[in-house]
Design a protein around this ligand. Structure first.
Ligand SMILES: [Zn+2]
Length: 437
């Protein structure tokens, strides 16, 4: 692989405290460093003119449902990683709740070999905590770490059995990988369709109370403290869940957590017209929950942003709201949604947003030096036009699924190019504007 020069972009690399117009040099898939003015005279190098654009480390999504194997009608490793690239994500971590569940060496090897042939971005998979995600028998964690599992999760389902969670966390301490939990007390949540509150009452739909999440969060942080293991709380969504995390962090407990773009920007009002595209789990909360999440993102209680990209077919999402599956796609709208709703109005600063999409998730699952543009780091980069306005349209999705409540919504800030290991894997620059040697 040759040399690539990304010239004159606004390089924003929060982990290295860089925010200035620079020319970046890439060779053999790694970042070389900043180039002097005459670097572009090197005729053997490919040159990408990023003038007027933001150049930042590639986004890292530590919570992605790619649906392969088993539901290739919803998404595949091929289509899901194309969607990732279109959204500026250079790394995704597929969730093992596929069919079959990824709970063995064979399953992990399948994901990794399919990624090798089909994926255009980095794929770092997790394995399930329990066999078949049945919540009863633990997987061979040591073995699976050896074969490439970056963490363990039964996501899609909670781990109700505290004894299993205790053992999993003990192993997590031994192997230095996180246990990622979908926190939901299944008895409290039973039969719920949306967040329990004003809107669910008005619609006459059964609600899931905020405490269904927070009691499980409180249990998990206690078990993490007791075992010394690393618990990662997935898609934290309610005000009640933040206090136990904040207090545990202050005590030095190994707890990290993520929030989704949709919980940061939407509320249960999105379901007022029974829109199944807004039916997600955990459900969209109240405006008060949303404000608490933003506050926790700003004060560091929330470590990172993850999409929980969850593709479903139109046939399933066209069912009545009580029967439609939970989940929305998110890879291709994440950045623009957050930029438009949170950065432009001045609610969160741009460097913080970029950090929460890059070095912060890398830190959670130990992917550094990914997530930063240090010399010698893999050349994973995202180039964004912060001024481009566009309306989300079904036809723009690379994902196989269309279950987004944002269709028809105008947004600002669009990914222009995505570079993985020095290779341009997605580009909306005019053809021929990247000259490759
Ligand atoms: Zn989940």
């Amino acid at each position: 692989m040759g040399k690539l020069i990304v010239k004159n972009g606004r390089v924003l690399d929060p982990a290295n405290r860089i925010d200035s117009v620079q020319t970046l040099e890439i060779e053999n898939g790694v970042v070389l460093g900043f180039a002097s003015k005459d670097a572009t005279a090197d005729s053997s190098a490919g040159i990408l003119d990023a003038s007027g654009c933001l150049v930042c480390p590639g986004f890292i999504d530590i919570h992605t449902h790619l649906r392969e194997p088993g539901r290739e009608d919803k998404e595949t490793i091929l289509s899901g990683t194309r969607a990732a690239a279109a959204g500026g994500f250079t790394t995704v971590c597929p969730i093992p709740n596929t069919n079959p569940v990824i709970d063995s060496q064979t399953g992990l090897k399948f994901i990794l070999s399919r990624a090798e042939t089909d994926a255009c971005v980095n794929v770092f998979p997790y394995a399930a905590v329990t066999k078949g995600q049945a919540g009863e028998e633990m997987v061979e964690m040591g073995d699976l770490v050896y074969y490439g599992a970056r963490g363990f999760t039964d996501d899609g389902r909670p781990i109700m059995n505290a004894e299993i969670m205790r053992r999993a966390l003990e192993y997590s301490a031994m192997f230095n990988v996180p246990i990622l939990d979908h926190c939901e007390d299944s008895h409290l949540a039973e039969g719920g369709v949306m967040h329990e509150g004003r809107v669910s009452n008005r619609l006459g739909l059964k609600g899931i109370p905020g405490i269904a999440e927070s009691v499980q969060v409180a249990r998990d942080v206690e078990l993490a403290e007791f075992t010394g293991g690393h618990i990662h709380i997935m898609h934290v969504s309610k005000r009640e869940s933040l206090e136990p995390i904040r207090r545990a962090k202050a005590r030095g407990v190994k707890v990290t957590c993520e929030v989704t773009p949709h919980h940061l920007t939407l509320t249960d009002d999105a379901l007022l017209d029974f829109n199944t595209a807004a039916k997600v789990n955990p459900p969209l909360g109240s405006e008060d929950d949303r404000e608490a999440l933003i506050e926790a993102l700003l004060d560091g209680t929330i470590d990172c942003i993850a999409t929980d990209h969850a593709p479903h077919t139109d046939i399933e999402k066209d069912l009545p709201i009580t029967e439609a599956p939970f989940g929305m796609i998110g890879l291709e709208t994440a950045f623009a949604l957050l930029y438009t709703r949170l950065v432009i109005p001045g609610i969160i600063p741009l460097p913080l947003l970029i950090e929460k999409l890059t070095s912060a998730p890398a830190r959670v699952i130990h992917l550094e030096p990914r997530g930063m543009l240090s010399a010698g780091a893999p050349a994973d980069l995202t180039i964004v036009d912060l001024f481009e306005e566009f309306t989300v349209e079904e036809s723009m999705f690379q994902s196989k699924s269309r279950n987004s409540p944002l269709i028809g919504v105008p947004l600002q800030g669009r990914v222009r190019a995505t570079i993985v290991g020095g290779k341009v894997v997605h580009s909306r620059f005019p053809k021929g504007s990247v000259t490759l040697s």
